[in-house]
Design a binder for this molecule. Structure first.
Ligand code: PLP
Length: 372
């Protein structure tokens, strides 16, 4: 496996050695249930969860009560959207989102649409960005929630969230942003950006799979969520179910590394720019979104081969033809479709996402393979 260069860090990342080391005792010696506060086993687990929660809160600049642990971003997004929709049912039934969002957002909105919500899906331009004027027109005082991601998983395109938040808040609505791909790749200041609800997933930041969290603002203004899962009342009744202690400890340890992850951004950007430049110069390809985007992500159109063929022809490199989360679904990328990329080009599009497993040599061999 190690001989295959892994260029799919937006799909998932390996658990970092320091993160794994911190998690391991919580699978065996410290296996206690974090809700069993009557004995030392439970108390040890409870303390570890508290510490992870505080680490995450301090790192992203919120209070620990604003964090609810989940099984990942998909669940966090479901809780954010459906939780707001149910909690504010008397205010209105309108939700505004964007056609290039992750399926976790789009499918949750579609589900609510079938239940009677009015869902407005904004378009994006060829660079993958929304038009703030269209947002301004779409949001009314009946809009409960606006869901716009910070960075796109397929193209890396970053939305101007600060401006978006100003518009959303001026209409008295709530802004939820899928921040899953942004953590560790760009600095994320939720207060500066004006985000009311956002999410995080362990496996995108060199932490474990199956754990994540949702942040929901508790003041100025307070955002109320209704739970999706009922049971023992864990996570202040918002997400019942025995806490995944090793996962949460791992998420906390991964978050401690966020500043370290950001230090690599400039290197990834250099590799990415070189790859794109050489591909374009060879006349063999182009870039689907080259504006403001994540430093590690590139969505390329490779003219000589369809993506499915290219992936088979270059087995020594691991990359994807779109998002891993929709790969069970063979339809063309809805993100590229939303940007107006022609179907023929979508079939030739691949996503390369660099990360900590990569070296300059791997990038050079990949460029050679593409260009020659
Ligand atoms: N949102 C975005 C932008 C993603 O890239 C992903 C995963 O690829 C998700 C949500 C879902 O995250 P999870 O795998 O934690 O459910």
């Amino acid at each position: 496996m190690n001989s295959i260069a892994y260029f799919d860090h937006n799909a998932s990342t390996p658990v970092h050695a320091r993160v794994l080391e911190k998690m391991l005792p919580f699978f065996s010696v410290h296996f206690g249930n974090a809700s069993s506060g009557t004995h030392a086993y439970g108390l040890h687990a409870e303390r570890a969860v508290k510490q992870a929660r505080e680490t995450i809160a301090a790192s992203i600049g919120c209070s620990s009560q604003e964090i609810i642990f989940t099984s990942g971003s998909t669940e966090a997004i479901n809780l954010g959207i459906r939780g707001v929709y149910e909690a504010y049912a008397s205010k209105g039934r309108e939700i505004v989102t964007v056609g290039s969002e992750h399926k976790a957002v789009l499918d949750t909105c579609r589900y609510l649409g079938e239940k009677g919500a009015k869902i407005t899906r904004l378009g994006v331009d060829r660079s993958g960005r929304i038009n703030p004027d269209e947002l301004e027109q779409a949001v009314s005082d009946k809009t409960l929630l606006v869901c716009i991601m910070l960075a796109n998983n397929e193209t890396g395109v970053i939305q101007d969230l600060k401006k978006i938040a100003e518009i959303v808040h001026s209409k008295g609505s709530i802004l939820m942003s899928d921040t899953t791909q942004a953590w560790g790749k760009i600095p994320v200041d939720i207060h500066e950006l004006g985000i009311d609800i956002c999410c995080m997933s362990g496996h995108k930041i060199y932490g474990p799979k199956g754990v994540g969290m949702i942040y929901a603002r508790r003041k100025n203004p307070r955002v109320t969520l209704s739970p999706l899962i009922f049971g023992g009342g864990h996570e202040r009744g918002l997400r019942s179910g025995t806490l995944n202690v090793p996962g949460i400890v791992g998420l906390g340890a991964a978050v401690e590394r966020l500043p370290e992850m950001l230090q690599h951004a400039a290197v990834y950007e250099k590799w990415r720019d070189r790859m794109e430049k050489e591909l374009i110069a060879s006349g063999k390809g182009s870039v689907n979104a080259s504006g403001v985007r994540l430093p590690n992500t590139s969505n390329l159109v490779y003219a000589p081969e369809k993506a499915s063929r290219l992936i088979v022809k270059l087995p020594e490199f691991a990359f994807s033809s779109g998002s891993a989360c929709t790969s069970a679904n063979p339809e063309p990328s809805h993100v590229l479709q939303a940007m107006g990329v022609p179907d023929e080009e979508i079939q030739h599009s691949v996503r390369i996402s660099f990360g900590e497993l990569n070296t300059e040599e791997q990038v050079s061999s990949f460029i050679s393979a593409l260009v020659k």
